[in-house]
Write a new protein. Structure first.
Lengths: 328, 538
């Protein structure tokens, strides 16, 4: 087991090194000057040179690459070209904002999705099954900016039930995360983006859970459990749902990665200062340190979660064994 | 009428630029005018520009000239124009920044051969001469005469084509705010509104919306007007640009030009930084020296004209310039922020960075009318009134909130969550908001303009006759009434009428007329083939 974990960790590091190198090259291949957003290209050439020198952009590309690698290893991710703030500070703040939004959205998605998936499979071809499938597919087909905008128009602009956006009322910044979580105004503001995220993602765990359940429900051991006279709820949750959950666990780790980076639209719509917005802003502004940092952070998250999922598999499914060659 | 007679009559040959393009034009004689591309920012950056572009390209087809529209990402477009210089024509919005009230930007910087903005190869000896002369003329009345002349020459040469002068479209909650003071080019987002406005209830803070996030709080590295607008609340300047565009004494009670290269500054007494330390003339000298030492991007070209700075009294200092430079008053003295020497003398060393441009200045301490509370990057900036300031604000403070889009900001105003806009709000939204009780949506005078700009080194755009004809093609009426929803005036001179002192009122927009454009082209020797395609003069 330890051998396996160490080997997987080594693979993780190699993958991250490759991702970091690709990111470095990718952003420098973008058309346009790095300092364009920070300093008007109409200014003196001498001024532009001054700016490039300040941020090490006057060095040859290979030197910039080695400085970048050295900084990555020493956890010195540099400073934003735009705000001059430390990249780690900028990312940390935005990361927590996105995590709050995604945690509520994904919790809603997974709890409702898994619950509905179980019930839909149990009542296959019933009204709930058919209606659930159709509605969830409609939600998935509707882009978040449409559902979000509709929610805003109805629940915020027309009925005035929820505020239009932001994380807290203007001028009332809480001093800590704990204080933020205690603010009723924060919970009022998170409802609409959570619903938007939830509606978009719910079909995936719901339909995967439904399909896995249907497969499991056709198994011999379920027949045996029924023959033994076990109560339906016990068969449904303890025997069928637990085994059907494996597919959703894999899916959840991928969803987290997508959710963190893919919520630009939701964040823009609800003026939520999160990672998605930061990625777009920094890439558009050629703010290399922040852009590289945000994408690398996302890579770490996805690769790390995949690793955790693999390990978690062993506990969820006793049939899976780890040998020297890996999982069999 | 012969081509040369026509050029003389229209005044196009007045400048020396004509000489350069003649041989190149001769090479293309009788051939079809080549197809070109009009570059604009895409609709997600500015919904107005691609619309204008579409109208112009359609109009160009009516004179037998094929023009393609390329609506691209704003940064890519900027890169193509300013870095690569790879473009035929482009549409740009020259915003009405406070410092652009000085004619320097729209004349010398854009139209002088060596102007920093002039990436389009415009070179007219008469314009160069007039631009040079106005820069060193310290008498405003005499300088004005030169600026009026240079505008006329630029107009006759059709060097650039101002499409419209857009208003600064803003909205505010009339039921929440009172005492707003608009400024030319800035509307109600001005410093004068920050100082004079008050709320009719609540906590006294003015919640101010903007769609672009605040990037930086470092007064040395600042170059963007967004940051200038926020930093000027925290840091004092020596002068301010007033509501009408004139200069208003601020931290300096007087700035006198003793002669064309000597400037005396007298500092106001009794000022204090937000941490209680008095503002002294040493701080002002330190500021000049510090900005120069660190080559502050926005200010370095002005500071290079400083020969020496000497303290001459308790509250006074004298600046010797290497040469006269009239734009200095607005471009430098009304822009630079006074730094507290006791804080900045140890920066960047104390904050572990090797260059002041890498300093985030997360807790700015100035002497301005507002004290810094906090900045939540990507979300909001909060400042509170400095009651000890010589021009103390009437409100409790300003909360600058970043909204994800114009629509989100308009919705927040409608919902009562935002009190006013700081910067441009889409004209169509301003119209909609104005219909709601308690909200005012309005366009305020601005000296900015939407420009149709030409690459003077390419094809027919080298020819002033062709450019003048293209200026007639621009459908200004439709742009004004439809695209801008009426919040604009038709463009003529490169200095807008809102800039009353410097504007040449004798220059009117060329009438939008395809017929007139064809006449101009015909008189200039252009012709059309059987299919209606435009041909170079034979």
């Amino acid at each position: 087991m330890l051998d396996y974990i160490l080997r997987r960790l080594l693979y993780m590091l190699i993958t991250l090194f490759a991702v970091a190198s690709i990111l470095f090259l990718l952003f420098r291949m973008l058309p346009g000057e790095a300092t364009m957003q920070v300093i008007s290209p109409a200014m003196d050439e001498a001024v532009q040179k001054r700016m490039k020198a300040a941020f090490g952009l006057d060095l040859p590309l290979w030197q910039q690459y080695f400085v970048y690698l050295k900084n990555l290893v020493t956890l010195e991710w540099g400073r934003s070209f735009v705000s001059a703030q430390e990249v780690t500070d900028v990312i940390a703040y935005r990361f927590w904002n996105t995590l709050l939004l995604m945690a509520s959205g994904l919790c809603m998605t997974l709890v409702l999705g898994i619950g509905c998936g179980i019930w839909m499979a149990w009542r296959r071809n019933g009204v709930f099954d058919v209606a659930g499938t159709v509605i969830s597919l409609i939600f998935q087909a509707a882009p978040p900016f449409i559902t979000g905008l509709l929610l805003l128009m109805v629940l915020s602009y027309r009925l005035g039930i929820f505020p239009t956006g932001g994380m807290y009322p203007p001028g009332q910044r809480p001093d800590s995360l704990f204080e933020l979580l205690l603010m009723p105004a924060f919970w009022e503001r998170i409802v609409l983006p959570t619903l938007t995220v939830g509606m978009y993602y719910i079909s995936t765990p719901m339909l995967v859970m439904r399909d896995s359940m249907l497969e499991v429900l056709g198994s011999d051991y379920i027949e045996l459990a029924r023959a033994k006279g076990l109560p339906p709820s016990k068969i449904m949750f303890r025997h069928a749902a637990r085994n059907a959950l494996l597919g959703v666990v894999t899916l959840a780790s991928i969803m987290v990665g997508f959710a963190v980076g893919g919520q630009v639209v939701v964040e823009s719509l609800f003026s939520w200062p999160g990672m998605g917005q930061l990625m777009v802003e920094s890439a558009a502004a050629h703010d290399y340190p922040v852009a590289q940092g945000t994408f690398l952070m996302l890579a770490i998250l996805v690769i790390g979660l995949n690793f955790l999922t693999d390990v978690l598999y062993c506990y969820l499914d006793p049939r899976i064994k780890i040998s020297a060659q890996g999982i069999t | 009428m012969k081509r040369r007679d026509f050029l003389k009559r229209t005044g196009i040959l007045a400048g020396a630029s004509a000489a350069g393009w003649m041989p190149q034009l001769a090479q293309a004689a009788g051939k079809p005018v080549e197809s070109m591309t009009l570059l604009t920012a895409n609709a997600s950056f500015d919904p107005v520009r691609p619309e204008m572009g579409r109208l112009i390209t359609q109009a160009c087809k009516k004179i037998g000239w094929d023009v393609k529209l390329a609506a691209e990402d704003y940064n890519m477009g900027i890169g193509k124009v300013f870095n690569e210089k790879d473009f035929d024509m482009f549409i740009v919005r020259w915003t009405g920044r406070a410092n652009r009230i000085d004619p320097e930007t729209f004349t010398a910087m854009m139209h002088h051969r060596d102007g920093n903005y002039n990436k389009w190869g415009y070179n007219n000896a008469q314009v160069n001469e007039l631009c040079d002369a106005q820069q060193v003329e310290m008498d405003p009345a005499k300088r004005r005469d030169l600026v009026l002349k240079v505008q006329e020459t630029i107009f006759n040469d059709a060097a650039s084509s101002p499409i419209v002068y857009p208003s600064m479209t803003n909205a505010y909650r009339e039921d929440r705010l009172q005492g707003l003071v608009p400024q030319v080019g800035e509307g109600i987002g001005s410093l004068w509104s920050d100082l004079s406005a008050s709320t009719k209830g609540g906590d006294g803070y003015i919640r101010t919306g903007q769609t672009s996030p605040l990037k930086n709080l470092n007064p040395v590295s600042v170059t963007d007007s967004n940051e200038f607008k926020e930093l000027r609340m925290i840091y004092d300047r020596l002068l301010q640009v007033g509501p009408d565009g004139g200069l208003v004494p601020w931290a300096a009670t007087s700035i006198n030009a003793v002669d064309s290269t000597t400037v005396d500054i007298t500092l106001r007494e009794g000022m204090k930084f937000h941490d209680g330390v008095p503002v002294t003339i040493d701080d002002v000298k330190f500021t000049f020296d510090y900005y120069k030492k660190w080559k502050a991007p926005f200010f370095i070209s002005s500071l290079e004209k400083f020969e020496s700075v000497n303290i001459t009294g308790k509250n006074s200092l004298r600046i010797k310039l290497t040469a006269p430079h009239a734009p200095l008053m607005i471009n430098f003295f009304a822009q630079i922020f006074i730094l507290p020497q006791h804080i900045w003398k140890d920066i960047p060393e104390k904050v572990n960075v090797d260059d002041v441009l890498k300093f985030a200045n997360e807790n700015p301490v100035g002497s301005g009318p507002f004290k810094f509370d906090y900045w939540d990057r990507g979300k909001e900036l909060k400042v509170s009134a400095n009651r000890d300031h010589f021009n103390a604000p009437k409100c409790a403070g300003i909360i600058r909130v970043t909204y994800g889009s114009h629509d989100a900001m308009a919705a927040a105003i409608e919902a009562g969550e935002c009190d006013r806009t700081r910067y441009i709000l889409k004209p169509a939204l301003v119209q909609d908001l104005n219909k709601i009780n308690g909200i005012v949506g309005k366009g305020y005078a601005s000296h900015g303009w939407y420009g149709f700009m030409f690459n003077h080194l390419r094809g027919p755009l080298q020819d002033p006759v062709f450019r003048a004809a293209i200026d007639h093609v621009v459908p200004r009426d439709v742009v004004q009434s439809v695209v801008m929803s009426g919040f604009a005036e038709k463009g003529g001179s490169v200095i807008a009428p809102a800039n009353e002192f410097w504007h040449n009122s004798s220059l009117k927009a060329r009438p939008s007329s395809i017929k007139k454009a064809r006449e101009v082209l015909e008189a200039g020797g252009y012709s059309w083939d059987g299919s209606g395609n435009l041909l170079y003069p034979a």
